[in-house]
Design a binder for this molecule. Sequence first.
Ligand code: B1M
Length: 233
Amino acid sequence: MSDAGDLDLNSLNDEELTQQIHDDLYDGLKEEVEEGVNILLKRGWAPYKVLTEGLVEGMRIVGVDFRDGILFVPEVLLAANSMKAGMAILRPLLIATGAPRLGKMVIGTVKGDIHDIGKNLVAMMMEGAGFEVVNLGINNPVENYLAALDEHKPDIIGMSALLTTTMPYMKVVIDTMKEKGLRDDFIVLVGGAPLNEEFAKAIGADAYCRDAAVAVETAKAMMARKHNQLAAN
Ligand code: B1M
């Protein structure tokens, strides 16, 4: 999409640089994406603004061209790696808030699905908001979730799915929790591009989270409700 060549990223204004980060992400130019992120941070941009306006928007554009058959898996993998490199710079900044511990969450991408950028972003934002997060990674069968619930005793279980073929697996996890009498012990939050509120309701989740910011707000609200209920009993 772009010819990054010997372009001096420092010479670009904020708008041009943001655009250039989108192009470099699209082209899978990891080092250029890292440099762009660092420059915006040095210019005083908040880490969350760099994340949403630089990286997430860049990946949205990649997604459109992937859908339309303009980009293919190898190129999208390079873009994903560049995005992850940018996220790695932002992660400590988003997490270092010193916020008090609000609760614990176990999160993972469901079985059959290897998309992890969105899930990792949710994990990062939750940590930044003061939640302890246990990240189970990708391709998790129900057994992984159950083992993590047993081992880590979280307040919240989060599941991510990016494919229409893998999202039904969330119901397998919730149904298994019900069978084992565990469902009501945990707040179940679900997210991922193909989901919506109706789906979350239909499978018996507590809430659908459109994005990472909504996940944080929903988790906070549900934890407050849980504490109020405990206090009332
Ligand atoms: Co894939 N892929 N992909 N892919 N990929 C999509 C999802 C797709 C929509 C692309 C398209 O056609 N437009 C399409 C799915 C179509 C469908 O099911 N209807 C698709 C496909 C088809 C595939 C393959 C089948 C392609 C193939 O092999 N032929 C294959 C499947 C592999 C598998 O999983 N078994 C595949 C592979 C890949 C790559 C490996 C190349 C790569 C993943 C790399 C990685 O993740 N490490 C990849 C990518 C990068 C994408 C797109 C382009 C970008 C996804 C992403 O990272 N978005 C994606 C297109 C798209 O989504 N528009 C696409 C950025 C991220 C920040 O957003 O993940 O939505 P998102 O997360 C958001 C929210 O959804 C929410 O918060 C996040 C942050 O705000 N959220 C949660 C997510 N999880 C949450 C969990 C929560 C709460 C909120 O818990 C509480």
